[in-house]
Design a protein around this ligand. Sequence first.
Ligand code: NAG
Ligand code: NAG
Ligand code: NAG
Ligand code: NAG
Ligand code: NAG
Ligand code: NAG
Ligand code: NAG
Ligand code: CA
Length: 603
Amino acid sequence: MFQHNFIWGRCWTLSVIISVSAYPRPLSNIVFIMVDDMGWNDVSFHGSNQILTPNIDNLAYQGVILQQYYSEAICTPARTALLTGKYPMRLGMHGNPLFNSEDRGIPLTERLLPSYLKELGYSTHLVGKWHVGMSKEEYLPTSRGYDTHYGMRGGYIDYYTYNKVETWPNGRLMFGLDLFDNAIPQVNEDRYIVDALTDKVVKIIHHHNTSRPLFLHMTHNAPHAGNSGGALQPPLHSTVKHRHIANSDRRLYAEIVTQIDRSVGRIITALAEKFILHDTIIVFASDNGSPTVGSLRNWGVNLPFRGTKWTPWEGGVRVPAFVWHSSFTPRVWNGLMHITDWLPTLTAAAGGKLNKEIDGVNQWDAIVNDGDSKRNEVLVAVEDNASNMYAAYRAGDYKVIVGNVTGLNNNHYGAELLINKAQPPAYYPSLRSCEVAKIFDLMGIYLDQQHVEATRKAATIKQLDQVKDQNLCIPTPTRGCLFNVRQDPSESHDLWNRANKIVVLLTSRLRALWAMQTRRSPPNLRNESDPANFDYVWTPWIKSKNADDVTVWPLGGVNEEFNFSLNISQNKTMKKDTTKAVVINCDGTTGIKNFLCLLKSVF
Ligand SMILES: *[C@@H]1O[C@H](CO)[C@@H](O)[C@H](O)[C@H]1NC(C)=O
Ligand SMILES: *[C@@H]1O[C@H](CO)[C@@H](O)[C@H](O)[C@H]1NC(C)=O
Ligand SMILES: *[C@@H]1O[C@H](CO)[C@@H](O)[C@H](O)[C@H]1NC(C)=O
Ligand SMILES: *[C@@H]1O[C@H](CO)[C@@H](O)[C@H](O)[C@H]1NC(C)=O
Ligand SMILES: *[C@@H]1O[C@H](CO)[C@@H](O)[C@H](O)[C@H]1NC(C)=O
Ligand SMILES: *[C@@H]1O[C@H](CO)[C@@H](O)[C@H](O)[C@H]1NC(C)=O
Ligand SMILES: *[C@@H]1O[C@H](CO)[C@@H](O)[C@H](O)[C@H]1NC(C)=O
Ligand SMILES: [Ca+2]
């Protein structure tokens, strides 16, 4: 299924063939790099020269770029989906991210990705942010499948002080250190956080015993906003560059992105020095879109997508992502993929098999062989909070959004941030001179400028549907919005009235999914968590004595049904409009044929 044809292939052809027939093949290492709140338009392989990410781009151009990749709109749900392979709404982990002082975590009945890989023989390490439970030891990474964890257990932190400052809805304030090396708080850490995390990753790689495969999960806190006292925190040891960028906040943001790109360069270099790069699967992905505006904004940009982090629009959930391995044929893959797919996909890449009901599907063969996606739908969002109930769902090329999105960021944001007051640095020289390019040169992987141009063009989002509504569609209590997001990735041409049958199909499926959710309690914020009780270190404050105590997560409280009284009866005045049929290539079909055509085009 997955051939090791690089370097080993050339020098060791004979012995590989013999050993493959006699023993199971060696397992590929996996390095999964997740960045926090980075938007679609914040990497240069998506077409913009404003913020150059040459190390990231080199990997992307030599790997498989995931062009239709959906994450979750918020941090905790995204990480839950990645680690469990399930839609977070099944586990009560959807919606608002965890407070550090909240008694919630991924239910302990769930088995997580590192645990599966560990069973397959992997040495498993998490470096960076966790954010899926920290109230008790049982929730921590080292209790859930990671051999080691260096990093943060909760949400965003300060890049310089490693403190998390938390303000409750009632105004109560708590603050303390959240940086650990396994159990030991790192009170004396004084490196810039991107460097501290990268140093640790490099160290793990250098000390790795290659008799076992490596699963190294790196989860940056960058480029998320820092604490409210300093939202954007580039390194203090260098001056701010990116002078071509007109907006000064965007300049600071660019500086942080550059640090992430350098970190990627250092990690690839370390893998090469260890002689394991050729057989390492590298995944790079953001956890959600950028909060261009609103609380915890970071001046990232999701354009041409609509919306921001914390919204069901494409800008919240379509994020930069790719996967690299030296054996891949580089390409842009247009298959539909969801963050839940990584668990079965990476397990399959490691030769394992899951016999378990999850939402994620194994995309490994499809990615490796440029096949069709194994998925034809994505549950984009379920928000059952009474103050803002909404849901979004994609099937085939169509995406439906229903409910109440009042108060969310429903527009297109950040065009002014993309303005350059001077010429940005030249792209190709930077691409050729970065660390990853140098390593690739040594490995005999050459970057062909024509290939780069073609790939970059294919990875740049194009708006194909030229019709633009005068007012962007916002769902109302009786009417949702429907978009063909392949034709209309900016979600600016609503088809709700034109494609009635698709609306009926999608909303009925969405209704069924909505019913599968586990309701959440209101956040259970606890005084005992106050780091002031623990020398100003965020520390697990619940001591579990018996098994029951740790396996039962109290749910309930919110109890809202899927109760969008949508009016999806046929709009008679539209009946003769053929736009609907043309859009979905069902023009000319009638009756049952038309219905089957619609079904086929949607599912
Ligand atoms: C690596 O692990 C193998 C198997 O456990 C062991 O025999 C070997 O000594 C280890 N190598 C190092 C350098 O620790
Ligand atoms: C929609 O949500 C907003 C914000 O939470 C709220 O003020 C408004 O009452 C809601 N509208 C309806 C119709 O539920
Ligand atoms: C619902 O939203 C309100 C207002 O944002 C918030 O106070 C509450 O905690 C939320 N409930 C849940 C279960 O997340
Ligand atoms: C939590 O602490 C606040 C302020 O210190 C206090 O007013 C409140 O009563 C405490 N709540 C509980 C449940 O102990
Ligand atoms: C559904 O919503 C309607 C009005 O929007 C309300 O009258 C009805 O009670 C709701 N039903 C449930 C089960 O919540
Ligand atoms: C039905 O379609 C017509 C023509 O596009 C439009 O003006 C009207 O608002 C639609 N009716 C409803 C209820 O959406
Ligand atoms: C539903 O929409 C149709 C046209 O699309 C309209 O004729 C009808 O009055 C609407 N019904 C309600 C309850 O709004
Ligand atoms: Ca995030």
